[in-house]
Design a protein around this ligand. Structure first.
Ligand code: SAM
Length: 306
């Protein structure tokens, strides 16, 4: 069984990048009234306590959303995409103290319109139970949102949902990459998803670590998008954490705990506004999150062909 628990990482710089982009993509797609299918293939526990042991021992949230929160208080010029994200985090902390972090399921659930549907997959028994509890609360809101939790494999489960009847959808694929085969499974899953639903917006998160499969993943996703003639976007954020030998050893074992320095997002069929939004947002985020001189960001994009 998996040992990865997102509670140790929730609110870190990788979550910040992923959630800023996710909300910006969703905001664009919801400019149209047509119903959206939203899928989170690797949902986690849904929402997290930042004042509990997991977050406190790792310190990742403090260096991520904690640093950003403080920076945004001191500099009130956050770009629109960052502001929308900070507003969403603030909504999860109504008394103004940063104690709760909304994971992707909570962020998506809070934005669900009556015509949208959210399907969440979480395979870990403990996080599945926690998410189940959160989903029950969200479903009790008025107007009753259409949220389903499936405590099963998100890679295979995605297939059966595509194409959605509305032909409009946003899919987040955010594995823990605990299993080396996850890299190949991401590519295979997306290949099949594009056959079934070529116009869906797909957002894939990946770690930038010293592992061949991790380096190859964005290249393989770019080749896949080009093969299908679809537009794509790649965004990466490196907070420049100085190297230390323990971190190197952890990276060699997989997705590291305290040592993750950089991560990326690969988006297929991105909203046309997303590249510019991220080109404005990422340098601002980096000003808040940088930990060393190697800090860097990039946003590349390619157009649809044919
Ligand atoms: N998307 C979440 C967010 O942004 O808040 C974080 C998800 S976390 C990085 C990855 C989650 O995927 C873990 O909770 C893990 O238990 C779960 N998981 C791993 N393999 C899975 C699979 N094949 N299907 C569904 N969930 C899986």
């Amino acid at each position: 069984m998996f040992s990865y628990r997102h509670a140790f990482h929730a609110g870190n710089h990788a979550d910040v990048l992923k959630h800023v982009a996710l909300l910006a993509a969703l905001e664009h797609l919801q400019r149209k009234d047509g119903g959206l299918l939203l899928v989170d293939t690797h949902a986690g526990a849904g929402q997290y306590r930042l004042d509990h042991e997991a977050a406190r021992t790792s310190g990742e949230a403090q260096a991520g959303i904690g640093a950003l929160w403080a920076h945004a208080t001191a500099h009130r010029d956050a770009p629109a995409a960052v502001r929308a994200y900070l507003d969403a985090v603030a909504a999860a902390n109504p008394d103004g103290a940063l104690r709760h972090y909304p994971g992707s399921p909570a962020l998506l659930a809070a934005r669900l319109r009556p015509q949208d549907r959210l399907v969440l997959f979480e395979w870990h028994p403990t996080d599945g139970r926690l998410l189940d509890r959160a989903v029950r609360d969200w479903r009790a809101r008025e107007p009753r949102p259409a949220i389903e939790l499936r405590r099963s494999d998100g890679f295979t489960g995605l297939r059966a949902l595509l194409p959605p009847p509305s032909r409009r959808g946003l899919v987040l694929i955010d594995p823990s990459y605990e299993l080396k085969r996850d890299y190949a499974t991401v590519v295979a899953t997306l290949g099949e998803a594009l056959h079934r639903f070529a116009v869906g917006c797909y957002v894939v998160w990946y770690p930038l670590i010293a592992r061949e499969q991790a380096h190859a993943l964005p290249r393989r996703l770019r080749a896949l998008a080009q093969h299908h003639g679809r537009a794509w976007l790649q965004a990466e954020l490196n907070v420049g954490t100085p190297a230390d030998p323990a971190a190197k050893a952890a990276a060699a074992r997989g997705r590291p705990a305290g040592s993750l320095r950089a991560s990326g997002l690969f988006v297929i069929n991105p909203p046309y506004t997303l590249a510019d939004q991220l080109r404005t947002a990422l340098p601002w985020l980096l000003a808040a999150l940088r930990q060393g001189p190697a800090a860097a960001w990039k946003v590349d994009a390619g157009e649809a062909q044919g």
